[in-house]
Design a protein around this ligand. Sequence first.
Ligand SMILES: Cc1ncc(COP(=O)(O)O)c(C=O)c1O
Length: 355
Amino acid sequence: MSRYWSRVVQGLKPYVPGEQPKLPDLVKLNSNENPYGPSPLAIEALRGETGDTLRLYPDPNADRLKEAIAASFGAQGVVPRQVFVGNGSDEVLAHVFLALLKHERPVLFPDITYSFYPVYCALYGIDYTEVPLTEKFEIRTDDYLMPNGGVIFPNPNAPTGRFLPLTEVERLLAGNAGSVVVIDEAYVDFGGETAIALVARHSNLLIVRTLSKSHSLAGLRIGYAVGPPDLVEALERVKNSFNSYPLGRLAIAGAAAAIEDRAHFDRNRRAVIASRETLVRDLAALGFEVLPSTANFVFARHPGRDARALAAALRQRGIIVRHFQQARIEQFLRISVGTDAQCQTLVGALREILR
Ligand SMILES: Cc1ncc(COP(=O)(O)O)c(C=O)c1O
């Protein structure tokens, strides 16, 4: 605290990201990163941008990337002016809160969800209401059919991993025609179904996505949104009042190449899904209750062991997972799906700890 701080800064409770420890040889299963490397074509594209052109500012509109994103959803009729890009989906989400969710009425999101949402609300002075998930940690559509200033949730939800079927998403959209519904699809490529096809039918739908998970590019910081042009224009207005160049030349080139390497993307996500299924079975065999997951992580609790103690015991063995000290979920561990070898190391350590 300092007397030079503004009142806003004094009141902030910043988001705490998953730890990025500097220790070697860790089995790092705490930040939902992809255990496999990015597309070699993306790496090659990055190299192509490391020369003299770095003197020059990047394209402020990142047209090359918007075209690649739109083309990847060509079947759903997406065009570049329906695409917004930013420095990680966290930045895109920040702009979404300010541009589209700051209204008289509170924005609605689940009580258990991505913990950055309330942080943005505090930063921008946005009123919000947390809507409790069911006992089984599901989103109940009817709970969102009330006057609001907008709705936002990840699908699949984080940290639960549970997916809300698109029939329910459509019902939620139809019941909220007066406000914007934002679906954060950070994890959808691992077995969910994207709602992008619904954008053509719903003028209030905005989808936010990231290349951090299914494209193995968390380190490059690329996020984007797809929605009707007027919603995208609102985001551009905020972005152009904040930072004209959120994506550097390397990011634009690498992200576009990664999106175009469909074969790498498909191989990679299929491998993660297969490892998740094995991990779920192995955890269940050890007595864990595992929520159904369509993400690159699982959310699990053991009836006989304290989750915080389990996380600490794993850590002593060089394995880090995420534990949230939060009501309703303090007995769960969120475990990112690693390679099969990493998952086996985790399961072996848990077997030993539980003995
Ligand atoms: C639900 C959800 N949305 C968005 C993000 C942000 O991802 P990024 O800023 O890396 O694109 C995360 C990161 O973990 C997340 O869990």
